[in-house]
Design a protein around this ligand. Structure first.
Ligand code: NAP
Ligand code: MG
Length: 404
């Protein structure tokens, strides 16, 4: 078999701990035997971030901007323990946060469905994709405690010096707390465009919800911007594709999502998306079966697994103990990136490879071969728990059979 050739490189971002181990194995077993991999490699292992004072993360994000498609391994976001463990000179920020800030994107998360792993909501036959607006609201807030007798006001100073004041609360009786949040029209517009583009790309309806009955200016602005972007730029395209844009209140959306069969994109404001993506991931069975892609308004894509570096498994691995870590989300990050590269460059072989790789993963699990996390929740009659590497080898055998 001739290896598939690529024309443009993929930005490959390596990471930490158990996911780094899986990364290497997946490349050796599943990718390099079939593809002449062209990649711009950035090593975001915590040691390398320390060596470069985190410049490597910024370089990696800029490379995605340049080449358009990236695939990222999970990375450690340092906390105090990690600073000590890795003798860091600083508590570096989350690489995902840094990359998101540079690419200004929307994160889409979708579960991978396989027979035998039944969602906790059994009517969810198709995946529900959460699109989370990754800018502003409480994640960039200003908040203060308010003492007894304090008076809190909003003050907006316009560019011409005009002052616009509004009472938040008079803490005459008792103290409390206040919070100021913001968002920008530009960011909301980018979010809306990313959602409509993703809906067209993946041929799914788009739902969007806010609480605009209560938040008549703030949430209302989100609703209005989505409606204008839809009417001006996407209505015809969506209608031609037979797709629906559906707006409702967030509480109504929650009720409808639970009763639905899945198969749509649910666009969420930042906080709603944070919460709902964990609910969706859990309800579908496992965080290790969740894919994640960051789509920027200028059309760049970064694929990753939704889970972390699986530290506990890594420490077992270092002690030479057998591990049974699920590599599915990492494999789907690669297949997603290679498919997108194939689409952008018109390389059918690459798109076909990506499809076959995903089919091989699903077939392996449906044949009853799975890692421990799935073994414990699978309802398959015949099932076997295998170790990290065996799972990848089993996928490799099926992939080979699909490709020759
Ligand atoms: P985690 O790596 O997602 O793992 C938490 C637990 O979930 C694991 O101990 C394991 O449970 C289970 N799990 C997650 N992924 C699995 C997989 N692929 N296969 C099998 N089981 C899996 O989260 P964490 O332990 O909170 O974080 C570890 C490190 O990851 C942290 O340093 C954090 O900063 C980083 N992190 C990175 C990203 C990212 O780069 N996108 C995201 C989140 C966290 P059992 O131990 O019960 O088997
Ligand atoms: Mg969350």
């Amino acid at each position: 078999m001739k290896k598939i050739k690529m024309s443009t490189p993929i930005v490959e971002i390596d990471g930490d701990e158990m996911t780094r181990v899986i990364w290497g194995m997946a490349k050796d077993i599943l990718i390099q035997p079939y593809i002449e991999l062209k990649s711009e490699y950035y090593d975001l292992a915590l040691e390398k971030r320390e060596e470069t004072k985190d410049k490597i993360t910024i370089d990696a994000a800029n490379a995605i901007k340049k080449f358009g498609v990236g695939v990222k391994c999970a990375t450690i976001t340092p906390n105090a323990e990690r600073v000590w463990e890795y003798s860091l000179s600083e508590m570096y920020k989350s690489p995902n946060g840094t990359i998101r800030a540079i690419l200004d994107g929307t994160v889409f998360r979708s579960p991978i469905l396989v027979k035998g792993i039944v969602p906790f909501i059994p009517t969810w036959e198709k995946p529900i994709t959460i699109a989370r607006h990754a800018y502003g609201d409480i994640y960039k807030n200003a908040e203060l405690p308010a003492s007894d007798g304090a008076r809190a006001e909003l003050l907006l100073t316009e560019s011409n010096g005009n002052e616009n004041r509004m009472l938040i609360h008079d803490f005459r009786e008792t103290g409390g707390i206040i919070q100021g949040i913001h968002n920008t029209d530009k960011s909301i517009r980018s979010f809306a465009r990313a959602c409509f583009n993703f809906a067209l790309d993946t041929k799914q309806d788009l739902w969007f919800a806010t609480k605009d009955t209560i938040s008549k200016t703030y949430d209302r602005r989100f609703r209005d911007i989505f409606e204008v972007v839809y009417d001006d730029e996407y209505k015809n395209l969506m209608e031609e594709a037979g797709l629906e844009f559906f707006y409702t209140l967030i509480d109504d959306a929650v009720a409808r999502v639970i009763r639905s069969n899945g198969g749509f994109i649910w666009a969420c404001k930042n906080y709603d998306g944070d919460i709902m993506s964990d609910m969706i991931a859990t309800a579908y069975g496992s965080l290790a079966m969740m894919t994640s892609v960051l789509v920027s308004p200028d059309g760049t894509y970064e694929y990753e697994a939704a889970h972390g570096t699986v530290q506990k498994h890594y420490y077992n691995y270092l002690e030479g103990k057998s591990t049974s870590t699920n590599s599915v989300a990492t494999i789907f990050a690669w297949s997603g990136a290679l498919r997108k590269r194939g689409e952008l460059d018109g390389i059918h072989g690459l798109m076909n490879y990506a499809e076959k790789l995903e089919l091989a993963v699903v077939k392996t699990i449906e044949d009853g071969i799975m890692t421990g996390d799935l073994f414990s929740i699978s309802q398959a009659e015949k099932k076997e728990k295998v170790d990290t590497e065996t799972f990848l080898m089993e996928v490799g055998q099926r992939l080979h059979a699909f490709l020759i």
